[in-house]
Design a protein around this ligand. Structure first.
Ligand SMILES: Nc1nc2c(ncn2[C@@H]2O[C@H](COP(=O)(O)OP(=O)(O)OP(=O)(O)O)[C@@H](O)[C@H]2O)c(=O)[nH]1
Ligand SMILES: [Mg+2]
Length: 204
């Protein structure tokens, strides 16, 4: 994928604030601090298009980014961080649920999991939810640079078992080394399919 343009469109909380466009959309979901914003920056070859932070709970709204004037990436706020204010924790679920349930142009949800942690109920719930609504997931293990190769493979097996999926469905990714970037793009391209062919040169 050649990135010709990538721009922040707007932030939103409620459906009437989402951009009024019909571009196909891909959303990025996962626990707070897992690396969602970093993954988007890596995919788009931008260092700071999306704000990242070592403080969990940085992204608190739905943030929409238009890429190549052809499709949209949506950076979702992370779940499961105890230190964000209670009011914020409460508003997360309806904010994200409404988006996932209502957004017709949503083509896929990228679910990120930290390779060093065992996923919990929230990740399992999100995956079942996506299956129920027939939204195809792309599953990514982030921060792979933090483990040795042996440990990486061991964790890939443990996480696949926990999520009840095949090991091969989990893409190993690192924003630091860019490992896995091409594979992620390939899967995203498949989700976006012919809709964007006319806008993008398909060479990764
Ligand atoms: N070593 C390493 N650090 C990473 C990687 N991806 C993200 N990080 C770091 O992890 C921290 C959180 O990254 P973000 O991309 O802001 O995470 P997020 O999921 O967007 O977090 P919230 O917006 O708080 O939900 C930052 O300090 C990043 O630099 C990675 O692949 N490797
Ligand atoms: Mg973020």
């Amino acid at each position: 994928m050649i990135i010709k343009s990538a721009e922040f469109v707007k932030s939103a909380v409620k459906p009437d604030q989402y951009p009024d466009t019909a571009y196909p959309e891909i959303a990025f979901a996962g626990r707070s601090n897992v690396g969602k914003s970093s993954l988007i920056n890596t995919l788009l070859n931008r260092k700071r298009l999306v704000k990242t932070s070592s403080t969990p709970g940085r992204t608190r709204l739905l943030n929409f980014f238009l890429v190549n004037e052809a499709f949209t990436f949506v950076d979702l706020p992370g779940f499961g961080y105890a230190k964000v204010p209670k009011s914020m924790q409460k508003s997360w679920k309806p904010m994200v649920d409404n988006y996932l349930a209502a957004r017709l142009q949503l083509r896929s949800v990228v679910l990120l999991m930290d390779i060093r942690r065992t996923p919990r109920q929230e990740e399992k719930d999100l995956l079942s939810w996506l299956r129920h609504y027939q939204i195809p997931p792309v599953l990514i293990l982030t921060k792979c640079d933090k483990l040795s190769k042996t440990k990486r493979i061991r964790q890939q097996t443990v996480i696949a078992q926990k999520m009840e999926i095949a090991k091969t469905q989990l893409i190993l990714f690192s924003a630091k080394t860019r490992q896995g970037r091409d594979i992620v793009w390939k899967q995203l391209m498949a989700m976006l399919d012919s809709e964007i062919d006319k806008y993008s040169d398909i060479s990764i």
